[in-house]
Design a protein around this ligand. Sequence first.
Ligand SMILES: *Cc1c(COP(=O)(O)O)cnc(C)c1O
Length: 430
Amino acid sequence: MKLKRKKSQKLFAEAKTMFPGGVHSPVRAFKSVGGTPLFIIKGEGAHIWDVDGNKYLDFCCSWGPLILGHNNASIRKSVTKTLQNGTSFGTPTPIGNEIGKLILKGNKYLDKIRFVSSGTEAVMSAIRLARGYTGKSKLIKFDGCYHGHVDSLLVKAGSGLATFGVSTSAGIPDSLAKETLVLPLNDLPAVEKTLKKHKDIAAVIIEPVPANNGLLLQDKKYLKALSKLCKQYGVLMIYDEVISGFRVGLHGAAGYYGIKPDLITYGKIIGGGMPVGAFGGKAKIMKHIAPEGNVYQAGTLSANPIALSAGVAMIKTLIKPGFYEKQEKKTKYFVHKILKHTNKKGYTFNIQTIGSIFWLAFSDKRIQRSDEIASESMSKFNMLHSILLENGIYLGPSGYEVGFVSAAHSYKDLDKAVKIMTAALDKVMG
Ligand SMILES: *Cc1c(COP(=O)(O)O)cnc(C)c1O
């Protein structure tokens, strides 16, 4: 039976008359999977409801922030309580100290932190700090890592052997794109060669758990060696943990791998579903931020008390013993059940996973670099996506996006999803 989509279609048509592409963030437009984006009006636990009254089991979870699921009671309570006293003061607030203590206490990966309002803003500020601290200007980034819509990071590798970045968006001056050198993941010699050749590199930025272009899990050995090279060449190591922070463990990928980078950026989970980002790191570097130092960074709504009260409630739940073990166990259960079926059928299919993140890879090899993802596999994902949507399962609308299992997903929800997903995979792969 075809699900009703009439109201979403009507709203999308109207939205297109007001907003570019009808949306406020491009991937929401369903361009890669086709069809009309759903207009969602409610979320509760692991489920969302669209304006036509359809219910979906949600594995997108607002692109990662909702590790506790939708409309979590403790977050709602904390936000509602704070809201009674006003929305913003533009001054320090006690709740700022509260979340600071929750994040920094017993955390050997992070000495100091500053709050901003998005992941992009966090990355942008961390880069400025790295440049201000080192007095150097160039950056190394990796193909297949996303760092928000920061000008100097919306770049890809140039043609041939050139590593100088070419912008992936109009409106970015060549002079700026050229300040970024783009290298493949999982290739240490390329990093060493570049560090040797260019003396003006301020920082190497990486998603230590690359989760924006498939899930391109790197080896701990590689990440360790990367840090060592950075130290050797006097370059800062920046971990972009906007997805992995508070997701693969309380101390993010830094804690997961046991590596302390110079700077770390956060977003998504840290705000409990509110617009929050943060960057932090070693005290000797963070002291260069204004007003203590001369690297300017500011925000009218930075550390907004309502937003932080969501983050506080979130982190108070995450620090409970066993939280992450439980999520990982549940995710493994889900992934293994699907793989048991697809392996038996002999499909060229795999699911790459870490913590409560999973990615459907239409390949039977481990994928660690973006150029190892076959673009043909995306048509398979698109078919799968539309079958799943018809059957009440919501995945992010692109095959390059990862899925998230939240604390609100029950084993019963996952069993149901396995049934629907394996039947859908039979249709796509069989
Ligand atoms: C989402 C994301 C960003 C950008 O965060 P926004 O809040 O969307 O600006 C940056 N880096 C990574 C790794 C992300 O996943």
